[in-house]
Design a binder for this molecule. Structure first.
Ligand SMILES: [Mg+2]
Length: 240
C-alpha cells in the first residue's frame, strides 16, 4: 500500500477502529499535533462529533435480528465526545497508544489503550482495539482495566490465547515504562496545551466507505480474524 505523506500540524485526520466482530466501525476525528518518524500525536477536544457505522455482513456476534437492529440503531445515533480533552500519543509500530486526559485544563491521568500498530491511509489511520487498557494517575500509579473481559473473549473463542498473552505483554511493557519513569511519562506532555486557533475536528467525507473496515490489524488476513470489539473509552472510568 502507498504510504501517504506526513500530515501538517493542525490538519484533521480520522482514527478508525476496524476489524471488530460486532460489525461496528468507530471513527474519531483528531487534530494533528505532531507527525514524524518517532511519534504521531493527535488531539481530540471535548465537543467533537464521532462516527459509528454498522455493517450487518461483518457482524459475527449478534444472535438475532433484534440484536442486529439494536446495533444498527445505536450506531445511527449522534455521538459526541464530551467533557474531556485528549492528547493521543501513537509511536509508529507500537501495539498501544497513550491518551492524556484533561478536564477544564486539569490533567486527570493517562489512559493506555492496547491496540494494533496503526496503519495509515489517505484520511488518517486504522487500528484494532485489543480490549485491555491501563489507567495511570498523574503521580504514576497504574492499574489494569478489562482483564476480565479479555478472559471472557478467550473463553468465547473470540480471541486466541496467544493473542491475549501478547495484549497483556504489551501492557506489561508499558507498566515497566511507568515504573521506570520512562517516555512518554517523563516528557512533560501533561503540560502541553492545544493551539487555541484549532477548530473542533470533523469527520472527513468517505470515512465509512474507505476499504479495510473488516480487517483485524493484529492479523495478516481479514478472513482469519476473531477479535471482538471492546467498548472504547468514553471517559476515564475508574479514574480520579
Ligand atoms: Mg481498549
Amino acid at each position: 500500500m502507498r504510504e501517504p505523506g506526513r500530515w501538517e500540524r493542525g490538519t484533521s485526520v480520522v482514527v478508525r477502529y476496524v476489524g471488530h466482530a460486532d460489525g461496528v466501525l468507530h471513527a474519531r476525528p483528531h487534530v494533528v499535533v505532531r507527525d514524524d518518524p518517532e511519534l504521531l500525536a493527535l488531539y481530540l477536544p471535548a465537543g467533537t462529533a464521532l462516527g459509528l457505522s454498522y455493517d450487518r455482513r461483518l457482524d459475527r456476534v449478534s444472535r438475532s435480528a433484534e440484536e442486529r437492529a439494536a446495533r444498527a440503531q445505536a450506531a445511527a445515533r449522534p455521538h459526541l465526545w464530551r467533557d474531556f480533552d485528549v492528547l493521543r500519543l501513537m509511536p509508529p509500530g507500537a501495539a498501544h497508544s497513550t491518551w492524556l486526559f484533561w478536564r477544564d485544563g486539569r490533567h486527570l491521568g493517562w489512559y493506555v489503550n492496547m491496540e494494533a500498530a496503526y496503519r495509515r491511509h489517505d484520511l488518517g489511520v486504522d487500528t484494532t482495539d485489543n480490549i485491555v487498557d491501563l489507567w495511570v494517575t498523574p503521580d504514576l500509579e497504574w492499574r489494569w482495566k478489562d482483564l476480565d473481559e479479555l478472559e471472557q473473549r478467550v473463553e468465547r473463542g473470540l480471541v486466541r490465547p496467544d493473542e491475549a498473552r501478547s495484549f497483556r505483554r504489551e501492557g506489561e511493557r508499558v507498566i515497566a515504562a511507568v515504573e521506570a519513569r520512562a517516555s512518554p511519562f517523563r516528557d512533560g506532555w501533561e503540560r502541553w496545551a492545544p493551539d487555541p486557533a484549532w477548530p473542533i475536528p470533523t469527520l472527513p467525507a468517505g470515512w465509512a466507505e474507505l476499504p479495510g473496515r473488516e480487517s483485524d490489524l493484529n492479523r495478516g488476513s481479514p478472513t482469519d480474524r476473531a477479535s471482538g470489539s471492546a467498548p472504547l473509552p468514553s471517559e476515564p472510568r475508574g479514574g480520579p
